[in-house]
Design a protein around this ligand. Structure first.
Ligand code: SF4
Ligand code: SF4
Length: 207
């Protein structure tokens, strides 16, 4: 068990709902769920999940901390917002899904090797460096994540799409050497570091 997780367990003993309310984005809304099942039935990827949002909310209230935080279900959310637009109680379901995933990740108990987790990390690292996403670098990191050979295979398979994007000026290969970035990228990095520091203090990730 990681230290952050041990501290959280000690602080919120027997009250996982309170823990979620205090630490997860829009977690205070979980108690508003009336278990109608509309979100579970509306989620286009629902049948690929172990636990639907409806079930996760029920599990949170039932105190099933490990089962929720170690689940990979919330990592499957594609932010399509179907559930939010249909929930009769107006729960910000998408935000809670990402909030739960982020909280589990910060505690160090999120499932290892979950693919969307890797992509999210890659996207964030790319964006946080300069304040703007470098799409070319992101695509290369993504396609070559399993090694040179499989990356070359993907690029070869997509060569017509890549050429089409270059011709339409939607992809600039020079971005690899001199990416466009925000004017004050150091300021952005400092702002993000400060935000992290404040969040860590508030959530008890630092002592
Ligand atoms: S649609 Fe809303 S109220 Fe119904 S189960 Fe889902 S979160 Fe709960
Ligand atoms: S936003 Fe996420 S949880 Fe909601 S319907 Fe779409 S994939 Fe499912």
């Amino acid at each position: 068990m990681t230290t952050a997780n041990q501290n959280a367990v000690a602080r919120y003993k027997n009250s996982f709902l309170k823990e979620v309310e205090a630490n997860v984005e829009d977690g205070h809304m979980v108690k508003m769920c009336m278990q109608c099942g509309v979100c579970a039935g509306s989620c286009p990827l629902g049948n690929a999940w172990e636990h639907s949002p409806q079930k996760l909310f029920m599990m949170i209230r039932a105190g099933k901390r490990d089962e929720v935080l170690k689940s990979d279900s919330m990592w499957m959310c594609t932010s399509c917002y179907n559930c939010i637009s249909r929930c009769p109680r107006k729960l910000p379901i998408t935000h809670i899904m990402h909030g739960l995933a982020n909280y589990a990740y910060r505690l160090g108990i999120a499932p290892q090797g979950q693919p969307t987790q890797g992509v999210a990390r890659m996207f964030w690292d790319n964006l946080a460096k300069t304040g703007r996403i470098n799409e070319l670098k992101f695509a290369i990191d993504l396609y070559f994540k399993d090694g040179l050979a499989s990356g070359m295979q993907v690029v070869w398979n997509m060569k017509e799409d890549v050429l089409g994007l270059v011709k339409a000026n939607r992809l600039n290969l020079l971005e690899l050497f001199s990416a466009h970035e925000c004017q004050d990228k150091i300021g952005i990095q400092k702002m993000l570091a400060k935000a992290r520091e404040i969040e860590d203090r508030r959530k008890g990730f630092t002592q």
